[in-house]
Ligand binder design. Sequence first.
Ligand code: IFM
Length: 453
Amino acid sequence: MRRTRLPAGFVLGAATAAYQVEGAWDEDGKGESIWDRFAHTPGAIADGSTGDVACDEYHRYPEDAALLRELGLGAYRFSVSWPRIVPAADGRVNRAGLDHYDRLVDELLGHGITPYPTLFHWDLPQWVQDAGGWADRSVIGRLAAYADTVVRVLGDRVATWTVLNEPQIFVVLGYAAGIHAPGLRDPALALRASHVVNLAHAEAVRAVRAAAPAARIGSAFKVEAAYPATDDPRDGAAAERHHALVAGWFLDPLLRGRYPVAYVDQEAAIASMDIRPGDMEAMATRFDFLGLNVYSRAIVAHDDAGGPSAIRRLAGPGPRTAIGWEVWPAALHRIVRRIDRDYGHPPIYITENGCAARDGPGPDGRIHDADRVAYLHGHIGQLARAIDDGCDVRGYFAWSLLDNFEWAEGYGQRFGVVWCGFDDGGRRIVKDSGWWLRDLAASGEIDYDDSLA
Ligand code: IFM
C-alpha cells in the first residue's frame, strides 16, 4: 500500500440531480418532464414510486447546503431542471424556476461551497419530447437556448458548467431499452438520436461559451473500463467495441472528428444515422475538462450472437453492490489512464462515483455503511494512484449526497452518503461514509494498492 496526498486545490464534493432529489414536480410554474410522465405510468418504476416529492430538496436546500459544509465538502454538483426554466412549447422563461437556482447558488456560496451545475441530467421537458425529443433536430436549438438562459442568470457566480450528464445512458436506456424515460424500444431510433445528441451537445457548449467566455465547460460521460474476457484477440477487439459504444460514441465525434468503430458492420450503422454534410464539422468541440462517471467495469467477450456489436458481458469475481454492479476499484485507475492517454491529457473530474446499498439506521440511530466506506476508500485510492501516475485529475464528486430516486429502481437503491427517510418526513442522517469523506477532506491523505489491475 502507498500513502499519498491529494493535490493542492483538489475538489472534493458530492453530486445529485434535479429529478432525483428536488420533488416539487409541479410547483412554481414548472412544466412536465419526461420523467414525470414516465414515473406516473403504472409499472414503469420498480416500487411504483415517483420523484414527485423525492428528498424535497427544492424546499430543503438550505439544510442540504449546511450538511455539505458539515461534511467539509467544498463543492456541490446539482442539476438544473430544464422544464422548470422553460415549461412549455412557447419557449417562455419561467422566472420562478430560475429564482430557485439563484437562491440555491447563493446559499451554497454562503456556506463556502462551490456550485457545479449540470444543465441537463435527463429530465427533458415533455413538450420537447412531443416534438420528437432527441431524435428530432429541433432539440439542438432548444437546448442551446435553454443553456444560454441559465448561464446568463447564474454565470456571474458559477465558474464551471457541466452541459450533459451521461448521454450514452439517456439515449440507450430511454430510446432502445425502454427502461428509462421516455420508454422507447427502438434501437434504430436510438442510433439516430445519438447523432442528434452529439450535434446538440456541441451547439450547447458553444452557447455556454458565448454566454460565459471565462467559464470552464465540460460534460459528464459514463465510462467503464472494458476488460477482455481472455487473451484471444477477438475478445480484445470486442472490449474495444464496448468502450467505443459506451464512451467513444459520445466523445470521439466531438473531440476527434469521427465515430469510433463500435459495430461489426460499422458502415451500415453509420448509413442509418442521417449524418448530413457539415455535421462532423459542427460537432467539433473544445472542452475545458472531461467529467467521468465511474461505477464498475465490464468484462467482455466476442459473441457472434451478441447483436450488431457482437459482444457479450461476463460476470466478474468481485463483490457486488445492492444494485448488482461488481466492485472493482482498479477499473477506475484503468479508465482514467485511458481517457488521459486518448484525449491528450485533459483535466478530469470524477463527476460521479459511489455504490448502492440497502442501508438504514441501526439500533443506535446511526448508519454503519461499512461497504460504502470500503468502496469509496478503494476508488478514491485508485484515483489518487492515477494522479500519482501523472493524470490531471482536478476533483471527485461522490454519488450521491443523499439517498434519492434511483430512476427505474425507485427508492430501493440507496446511493447517498447521507440517508434520507422517505417515510420519515425526509429526515437526513449522515452515514459513516459521509463522516469518512469529512475525514478525508480534512486530512487530504489516502492510501492505495498499486498492484491492482
Ligand atoms: O443515479 C444515477 C445518476 O443519475 C447517473 N449516474 C448513475 C447514477 C447511479 O445509477
